[in-house]
Design a binder for this molecule. Structure first.
Ligand code: GLU
Length: 502
C-alpha cells in the first residue's frame, strides 16, 4: 500500500500554527515511507473562505519547508485539490448517498430549528436535529423540490448503539450514536460541509493515514458512517494532542498569536519553529531537543507520540531560535536579517515614512524602532490621558481589533476609513479615539503615521500588540467580552463602511 497523507486547512484567516504542526507529522510519515503528502484546501465555507488566506497558507507552509507532492498549485493525479472545484463530485455522491438511504433531504426553516434547539436546551438536553424530515414521503419530497424549496441534505444516524472506531494513539474509542447529530452534509448553497467533503476527498484521494488535531475526534463517528454507507475503507486515524498555553489552557490567539506569519514577522527562523513544533507531543529517541527536519523524518514513529497536551512556550521557542541564530555564519546572519528587516519593499515603505521627519540619520532608527523590532512594553500608565478613561481605551482597542481582523484588504486607506468610521459610530473625537491605538501599536503616545504603521506591521503583529495592550490595561473578563461582543454587533450594523470585501 502506498502511504498517502494530507493536510487540509480551511482558508478562513491567517495561516495557523496548528496547520504547520499537523502538516509536519503527516509529511514526515509519508516521506519516511516513500509515500505522498497532499495539500488540500478545504474551502467549504463559501462566506468565510478567501483567496488571500488560501495563498497565505501556501506561502507559510512553503516558508517552513513543508512543501507538498500534490496540491492546488502543483496538481497531481487526484485533483482538483480545492473543495470549491470539486462540487460536481460531491453532488454526484450525495445523490448516491440519498438513494442508498444514508442521507435525507431536510426542508426545515431556520425558525423551526431554532425553536427545537431552544426547547431542547430548556429541557437540559444537548441541542441536535430532531429527525423531523426523516418522516417525509417520497411524494412530499418531490413536491418540495419541484417548488424549489430551500433545503439541506443530512446524514442518517442510527438511533441506538454506539460507534466504535480506532485511533492509533488512543486505541478503541466508543461514542454512543445518541450523541451524534444528524449532520448537514450538503448546505443550502450546494456546498458540502467539512464532514462530507473531507470523507469523500480522503477516500477519493486514497489517503491512508490522517494525523490531525484531537479536536476532530468527536467528528469521527460521522465520517465513519459516511464510509460505511458507501462501503469504503476508513483511513488510519492518529489524533495529535492540542497545543496548550503554559497554564494548560488551549492555545488561543488572545493569549498568544497562533499565526505562522506572526512568528515569521517576529524573526523566528523556519528551521527553529519547525524543530520546536516537532517536539510538541513527540520526543526523539535520545530526547535531544535540537534536530533537523531530516533527522526528525528519520526518527519519527507514531509510537513516540504522546496524548498529553504539549505546552507551546514562547520562551523555550526563543531559546531554541537563539541556538539556530548563533550558529549562522556571519554572512548568512547579515543576509537573512537584512531580508527580514528590509525585504519585500519594507525599506522603501519605512524610509518614505521617516524621511520628512528626519534631520539627522540617527533620527531614523529612533523613529522606526517599533516598525523594525518589538515595541516598548506598555503599562497602565502608558495609556493615561485626560480625555479618555482606561475603560474607554479597552473599548477602542477591542472594537479596533474586531474591525481590523475582518478587513479583507490590508492597506492604510481602508484601515484609516474603517477606524475613523468606528470613532464616529462610537461617538468619540477621532484624535482621542486614536490615542490608545498609537500607544498599543508603537509603545509611544506620538509616533510615525498610525495607519501606515498598521499596514506595514501586518495584521498578525498588530493583532498581537492590541491583545497585549488590552492585557496591560487589565484585560477583559468573560462577562465583559460578551457585553462588548453584543455592542460590536450593533456598531457593525451602523457602519456604512464595508468591513468584508467580496
Ligand atoms: N479543514 C479542517 C481544518 O481546518 C481539517 C480537519 C481534518 O484534518 O480533517 O482543520
Amino acid at each position: 500500500m502506498t502511504i498517502r497523507t494530507r493536510v487540509a486547512p480551511s482558508p478562513t484567516g491567517s495561516p495557523h500554527l496548528g496547520t504547520a504542526y499537523v502538516a509536519l507529522f503527516n509529511r514526515a510519515f509519508a516521506h519516511q515511507n516513500d509515500g505522498k503528502f497532499v495539500l488540500r484546501i478545504e474551502d467549504t465555507d463559501k462566506e468565510r473562505s478567501d483567496s488571500a488566506s488560501d495563498q497565505a497558507i501556501q506561502d507559510a507552509l512553503r516558508w517552513l519547508g513543508l512543501n507538498w507532492d500534490e496540491g492546488p498549485d502543483v496538481g497531481g493525479p487526484f485533483g482538483p485539490y480545492r473543495c470549491s472545484e470539486r462540487l460536481k463530485i460531491y453532488h454526484d455522491l450525495i445523490a448516491e448517498l440519498v438513494s442508498i438511504g444514508g442521507a435525507f433531504y431536510c426542508f426545515c426553516s431556520k425558525e423551526r430549528l431554532d425553536t427545537v434547539r431552544t426547547n431542547q436546551r430548556q429541557q437540559g438536553l444537548v441541542p441536535k436535529y430532531d429527525g423531523h424530515c426523516l418522516e417525509l414521503s417520497a411524494q412530499e419530497i418531490q413536491a418540495h423540490l419541484e417548488k424549489d424549496a430551500p433545503h439541506v441534505i443530512r446524514l442518517k444516524v442510527p438511533s441506538e448503539g454506539a460507534c466504535v472506531f480506532q485511533d492509533a494513539l488512543r486505541g478503541s474509542i466508543e461514542i454512543p450514536w445518541e450523541q451524534v447529530d444528524m449532520q448537514v452534509l450538503l448546505k443550502s448553497d450546494r456546498y458540502p460541509t467539512y464532514h462530507f467533503a473531507a470523507s469523500v476527498d480522503d477516500h477519493l484521494m486514497e489517503i491512508s493515514h490522517i494525523f490531525r488535531g484531537e479536536e476532530w475526534l468527536s467528528s469521527c463517528p460521522k465520517h465513519q458512517l459516511i464510509y460505511s454507507y458507501f462501503g469504503w475503507e476508513q483511513p488510519e486515524l492518529i489524533h495529535l494532542p492540542l497545543l496548550r498555553n503554559p497554564d494548560q489552557t488551549k492555545l488561543s490567539k488572545r493569549r498568544q498569536s497562533t499565526s505562522i506569519n506572526y512568528f515569521r514577522r517576529c524573526g523566528f527562523l523556519p528551521e527553529a519553529l519547525l524543530n520546536y513544533l516537532a517536539t510538541m507531543g513527540f520526543s526523539m529517541p535520545d530526547e535531544q531537543e535540537k534536530f533537523t527536519r531530516e533527522e526528525f523524518q528519520e526518527a519519527f514513529t507514531p509510537s513516540r507520540l504522546s496524548t498529553s497536551g504539549p505546552v507551546f512556550d514562547l520562551t523555550k521557542l526563543s531559546w531554541l531560535n537563539g541556538q539556530y541564530i548563533r550558529e549562522l555564519p556571519l554572512t548568512d546572519f547579515k543576509g537573512i536579517l537584512g531580508e527580514w528587516a528590509f525585504g519585500e519593499g519594507r525599506a522603501e515603505a519605512i524610509l518614505r515614512l521617516v524621511q520628512s521627519r528626519t534631520e539627522r540619520f540617527d533620527d531614523v532608527f529612533v523613529q522606526a524602532d517599533y516598525l523594525l523590532g518589538e515595541r516598548a512594553t506598555v503599562t497602565l500608565e502608558s495609556f493615561s490621558h485626560k480625555q479618555i478613561s482606561t475603560e474607554e481605551c479597552v473599548k477602542v482597542l477591542y472594537f479596533s481589533l474586531q474591525l481590523l481582523e475582518h478587513l479583507k484588504r490590508w492597506d492604510s486607506d481602508v484601515i484609516s476609513e474603517g477606524l475613523k468610521q468606528l470613532a464616529t459610530v462610537i461617538g468619540m473625537k477621532v484624535r482621542v479615539f486614536l490615542f490608545p491605538l498609537f500607544v498599543a501599536i508603537s509603545g509611544r503616545q506620538v509616533s510615525l503615521p498610525l495607519f501606515d504603521s498598521i499596514e506595514l506591521l501586518g495584521k498578525d503583529v498588530v493583532s498581537a500588540r492590541l491583545h497585549s495592550a488590552i492585557q496591560a490595561l487589565g484585560g477583559v473578563s468573560k462577562k465583559a467580552t460578551k457585553r462588548l461582543e453584543t455592542e460590536w454587533r450593533e456598531l457593525e450594523s451602523e457602519m456604512i463602511f464595508e468591513v468584508e470585501e467580496n
